[in-house]
Ligand binder design. Structure first.
Ligand SMILES: [Zn+2]
Length: 459
């Protein structure tokens, strides 16, 4: 009898031991199969000024090399025409109408941002999920709208924000962190700010490109807020606009140099999953404005490159509709982590090379100024815009196959325009309802609400 008990005990211990060993083995396998992940976002980089996207100037030689190793999405879109809602979508996997972080003003004197809500604590962020999946997490951002104090550092082991100072040296901060050199896979997010106004003249490119365009960089002042150019009444196609674009392009070229250094330093063996994107584009009177206000292609379309480990799908050009919302689910999938059910983007691994017909529709939502709003719907062959004034409310619909830059008069088709308006309204309703389910809000104090109302951020 005692022998039998001893035998049973022996078997039990053996099974337990084997289970522990198996678990440890599986953990090591998963660990080894988790690639380093490098997410690079470039503020204000319009897709059609990237040479890999066909731009006339060689603005991005290093990014072009990355593009050759990547899937390049030709029809990638942001969800909002400025940093805060767009980057919160990047980190939460949720549309701006679902995460609700849509306002914020820089206070240049005090190096802080005002009236910007914290990312709701109830929303899991990409770096938190990566940390749970076993990653060491590093974030370095240069846009002052992304401070740790407003939730952007949540989930990062190391996070730094330079408050609008373009250091272009994020990789150095990361590699100086002792944690960087400890074992384990790394998740790294770098957000560069340089192409955003003020458009500094980065040499030698700025002078060279301005001269080649028959202008000079000093024809235009450097302004922090590009809407300040309105008072000069520059004309589209003028030497002044050419000078602004030469300056902007030189900032892209300088950022490309930083990307080269970062990738050489952080991923010398080219084994990481690398994703490069922008938060939105930039406009130079293409549709009557400066900066980034509208949802026309110069602002709505972003570069999106995905270089997978082992460079699988290298060189694929995908024209399927894709979104900044797709980045988080794509990274989590590649890291072997679960994608939260609430996330609203697609997994690009499925989308990039899929032969399925594209039936996707993307909604963009931006609050612009007091009482103003842009809501747009991009479908495969159409883009619909609903502009809520002032100066006036109007709806327009474009055929993006015949007119990809939306520079010709919009379609004069009342029936289709109404149909697209209702499709957009339905999609926005889904996103708004998702917010009720996901976000638990602290109600605003009446003073905060009054202040936001005055500034036009709430109705
Ligand atoms: Zn931005």
């Amino acid at each position: 009898m005692e022998k039998l008990v001893r035998l049973k005990l022996f078997i039990l211990v053996t099974i337990l031991g084997a289970t522990v060993l198996l678990a440890e083995f599986l953990r090591l396998v998963v660990f080894a199969s988790q690639p380093d992940v490098i997410l690079i976002t470039i503020d204000t980089l319009r897709a059609d000024h990237v040479s890999a996207y066909g731009y006339k100037r060689a603005t991005t030689p290093r990014i072009d090399q990355l593009a050759a190793e990547s899937v390049l999405f030709t029809e990638a879109h942001t969800v909002a025409a400025w940093t805060v809602p767009s980057v919160v979508s990047l980190l939460t996997g949720l549309h701006p109408l679902s995460h609700g972080v849509n306002s914020g003003l820089p206070n240049w004197e005090k190096a802080e941002v005002l009236e910007q809500p914290e990312i709701p604590a109830s929303l899991p962020l990409l770096p938190e999920l990566m940390k749970q999946a076993g990653y060491k997490t590093f974030g370095v951002t240069e846009n002052g709208h992304l401070p740790a104090s407003l939730g952007f550092g949540r989930g990062f082991d190391f996070y730094s924000n330079s408050y609008f100072v373009e250091t272009l040296a994020a990789h150095k901060e990361i590699t100086q962190s002792p944690l960087y050199h400890e074992p384990g896979p790394r998740f790294i997010w770098i957000h560069y700010y340089a192409p955003h106004a003020p458009y500094l003249a980065r040499e030698p490119w700025a002078t060279e490109w301005a001269r080649a365009a028959g202008t000079a960089i000093d024809r235009v002042p450097e302004l922090i807020d590009p809407s300040g150019y309105e008072k000069f009444n520059y004309k589209r196609g003028s030497q002044e606009i050419a000078a602004l674009e030469a300056r902007y392009d030189s900032e892209i070229r300088a950022t490309d140099e930083a990307v080269r250094e970062a990738l050489e330093s952080l991923d010398p063996e080219k084994k990481a999953l690398v994703i490069l994107a922008a938060d939105h584009g930039e406009e130079f009177l293409d549709h009557g404005n400066y900066g980034h206000i509208n949802h026309y292609p110069e602002t709505a379309k972003i570069p999106l490159l995905v270089r997978y480990p082992n460079h699988r799908f290298a060189g694929v050009r995908s024209s399927r509709l894709s979104s900044i919302l797709d980045i988080a689910p794509t990274i989590l999938t590649e890291a072997g982590a679960d994608v939260p059910k609430a996330f609203q983007g697609a997994i690009l691994q499925d989308l990039g090379t899929s032969p399925q017909p594209d039936t996707r529709e993307l909604a963009l939502h931006t609050r612009r100024g007091p009482g103003q709003r842009s809501d747009s719907l991009r479908a495969v062959t159409r883009m619909f815009h609903h502009f809520l004034g002032p100066p006036k409310d109007f709806d327009v619909l474009y055929d993006v196959v015949a007119d990809p830059r939306q520079e010709h008069p919009p379609l004069n088709d009342a029936e289709q325009t109404t149909e697209f308006a209702s499709r957009l309204a339905k999609l926005e309703q889904i996103y708004s309802e998702a917010k009720k389910a996901i976000v638990q809000y602290k109600p605003l104090s009446s003073a905060e609400a009054e202040r936001l109302k005055t500034l036009g951020y709430i109705n």
